[in-house]
Design a protein around this ligand. Structure first.
Ligand code: 2AM
Ligand code: CA
Length: 266
C-alpha cells in the first residue's frame, strides 16, 4: 500500500528546501542560457533545483518515475505507476528579470490520475497544495470551493503570445472572449496563474501551449476545489504531450467552451 500522506509531507518538505536554495541564489550571479529560441530561457538554478528533486526522489522512492522540464528525469512513454511532474522554476523569464512572479510546481500522479499538487511562490513564502480528496490549502489555510460566475463578471488570465502564433491559431477567435470578460490579466507563470484560479483571484486561465510540468500541480489543486481543467477543445489533458490549456470555475468553463471556443482549431 502506497502511503500518500507520507509522500505529501515529504514532497512539501523538499519544495520548502528547494525554495530556500532559490532564495539564496538571489545573492549570486545567474548563468543564463537559451533553449528552443532566444526568449526560451534556462538558468543554472532551473537545472540545480530539478536535479535536487530528482536525487531526493530516486533515493526515497526508487520505483517512481520523473518528468522534469529540464530533462534530467525519465523519458516516459506511459503514465503507468507513480510519476512526479516537476517544473523547478515556472516563470523563468520572471525569475531572471524580476526575481518574483515565479514558482516551483510539483505534481504527483498515479496511473495518470493527479494525487498531489504543490505550487510554491518562493518570494511570498506561499505554499499552495492539495491532495486529492483532502482539500486544498494556501499554507495552513483552507481554500474555499469555487463557485459559479458569468463571463461578464470574470477576470481571465491569458498571455498575448497567442498573437505571435497566428500561423497555427487564428487569434481573431479570441477577440469576442476578451471583449466579453470584465478584464484580462497576464502573469507569466502558468503555475501561478493556475493557483490564482484556485484562490478565486481570476476566474479562468487560457494558454495556447503548455507542457505537462506546467499544469500537473495546478490541475490537482483546481479540481480539488471543483474547478475544471482541460485543453481549449474541452478534452481531458494528455500529460505526455504539449497542449493548450483551459482552467476555469464550474459553469464558466462550460459556457466559455460553448460560446467562445468551439469554433477554434486549438
Ligand atoms: P517556464 O517559465 O517554465 O518556461 C509563460 O506564459 C508560461 O508559459 C510559463 O509558465 C512558461 O514556463 C510557459 N512556457 C513558456 N514558453 C513555453 C513553451 N514554448 N512551451 C511550453 N510552455 C511554455
Ligand atoms: Ca514551466
Amino acid at each position: 500500500m502506497m502511503n500518500w500522506d507520507q509522500i505529501y509531507e515529504q514532497a512539501k518538505e523538499w519544495v520548502y528546501q528547494a525554495g530556500a536554495k532559490i532564495r539564496l541564489s538571489f545573492n549570486s550571479t545567474l548563468d543564463i542560457e537559451t533553449k528552443s529560441n532566444a526568449n526560451d530561457l534556462v538558468t543554472n538554478m532551473d537545472k540545480e533545483i530539478e536535479q535536487f528533486f530528482i536525487s531526493k526522489i530516486r533515493d526515497v522512492y526508487p520505483g517512481h518515475k520523473i518528468l522534469g522540464e529540464e530533462g534530467f528525469g525519465d523519458n516516459l512513454i506511459s503514465l503507468d505507476g507513480i510519476v512526479w511532474m516537476i517544473d523547478p522554476i515556472d516563470g523563468t523569464m520572471n525569475f531572471i528579470h524580476q526575481q518574483r512572479n515565479f514558482a516551483i510546481s510539483l505534481g504527483v500522479y498515479e496511473n495518470g490520475v493527479g494525487k498531489i499538487g504543490i505550487i510554491y511562490d518562493v518570494v511570498h513564502d506561499e505554499l499552495y497544495h492539495a491532495m486529492r480528496g483532502k482539500g486544498a490549502y494556501i499554507n495552513e489555510q483552507s481554500l474555499v470551493p469555487l463557485t459559479k460566475t458569468t463571463i461578464r463578471e470574470s477576470i481571465i488570465a491569458l498571455n498575448a503570445t497567442w498573437v505571435m502564433e497566428n500561423h497555427r491559431i487564428d487569434h481573431n477567435l479570441m477577440i469576442p472572449l476578451v471583449k466579453a470578460a470584465r478584464g484580462t490579466r497576464s502573469f507569466g507563470s502558468a503555475a501561478l496563474e493556475l493557483v490564482f484560479v484556485a484562490a478565486g483571484r481570476v476566474d479562468a486561465y487560457l494558454s495556447m501551449r503548455l507542457s505537462p510540468w506546467d499544469v500537473a500541480a495546478g490541475a490537482v489543486i483546481i479540481e480539488e476545489l471543483g474547478g475544471l481543467v482541460t485543453n481549449l477543445r474541452g478534452e481531458k489533458l494528455n500529460f505526455l504531450a504539449q497542449d493548450s490549456l483551459f482552467a476555469a470555475k464550474p459553469g464558466l468553463h462550460q459556457s466559455i467552451l460553448r460560446d467562445y471556443l468551439k469554433e477554434g482549431k486549438w
